[in-house]
Design a protein around this ligand. Sequence first.
Ligand code: ATP
Length: 484
Amino acid sequence: MAADNNRFQAIISHCKEYGFIFPSSEIYDGLSAVYDYGQWGAELKKNVKDYWWKSMTQMQENIVGIDAAIFMHPTTWKASGHVDNFSDPMIDNKDSKKRYRVDHLLEGYADELDAKGDKAGAEQVLKAMDALLAASDYAGLKKLIEDKNIPCSVSGTCNWTDVRQFNLMFSTQLGSVSEEAGEIYLRPETAQGIFVNFLNVQKTGRMKIPFGIAQIGKAFRNEIVARQFIFRMREFEQMEMQFFIRPGTQKEWYEYWKAERLKWHLSLGIPEARYRFHDHAKLAHYADAACDIEYDFPIGFKEVEGIHSRTDFDLRNHQEYSRKKLQYHDPELNKSYVPYVIETSIGVDRTVMMLLCEAYAEEDLSTEEKKDSRVVLKLPPAMAPVKLAVLPLLKKDGLPEIGKEIMNACKPYFKCFYEEKDAIGKRYRRMDAIGTPFCVTIDHQSKEDGTVTIRYRDSMQQERISIADIRKTIEKQVSFSAGV
Ligand code: ATP
């Protein structure tokens, strides 16, 4: 899909209006590239994390999960290469003083060419950029920007500085000023918490290679070009898994995890055509092969997950810097070695954004008699913030009491929402807008025969079911094992 900015803006507004995502500290005009999750966004995000956690640590018998601290010993980041290498090439416009990531500037230009129908031109620019990035040829990158006459979006001029590297880590002080204060970093990825605990987990869990360690947690990056809603934030969450393997087997495990992770994405009910793999031309300092899984957002194909063959780079460096052996004794080979690692690293927030973009639909329901429409989030039921809405038709005649009984019977099993205010049509629309897959309405007939009307979000069809069957019927369809 070509970039569809109107659709993207509509999704952002919808997220705010319906309690999914708010700009951080909005009463103070927000904080750039930082967002808060509201009542429904927090539920959706938690469902994403639970599903990933379950598929990694419960469905895979040789993967365990940990929860390491955000603060780590500062030497960690020296050993991992982040102090020296975690930087992006940037360029500043001398007139507006605005700073750009070089790859974003060139990609934006290529997108424009593409939108004008010049596909070949767009591809040529991206190819040239990839080659220059791979060669760390900063003078060449600047020349490419100048040759193509790419202007700054603020000043409109092509008056550029040289391309420079800019480190993305946030630093802070540990300890008070009077005590011995030391500079430490907010982690820019969760992976290092796994590497430094490799031996702790391997020994205490009696893990045998191949095995994995998974983790979900916050990461922080001082992104220069922070835009595109929750796609690129300065504080975000990652779900990472490091899979420890025998040296020499990395190619087959890399392919294995590429296939596994694509399967996971497809299990979200998103069609394969909405994804593509993007192989990295320029490899990160730690990798011998790397690719991204990209999703077709309304702003174009963009990375959701990275799969990296990290060799023994991290463990070997931690071994060197800490002077502690980080080796595994392989009983089958009767040999000790530093394991190789395949990493899968997916952003929680980008997954939330992907699900929202895939689910968001504006539907015209007009008939000859009247105009009508709805906005509906067709989220997979297991991901939906609310699974069941319980809606008594009237606030009297014992209908609310039946509603409360249904709530009490169902709420220990899945998230339910009770509402008796407003006309039923309005209540349905509100539930559609937050993606609630099932609504039940209680009417006078419910008192007589113990049935309610169940309404399905996507088809809007309604049928009567027995109150006694509600929990069973819904529980089956909203559990993670039911497709998602
Ligand atoms: P990009 O090229 O978009 O900056 P990256 O290649 O630096 O991403 P990784 O270091 O591979 O990203 O991080 C793994 C995952 O973490 C990404 O696929 C993405 O989903 C998520 N992620 C990385 N940076 C951010 C960010 N600033 N905001 C939200 N999610 C992020």
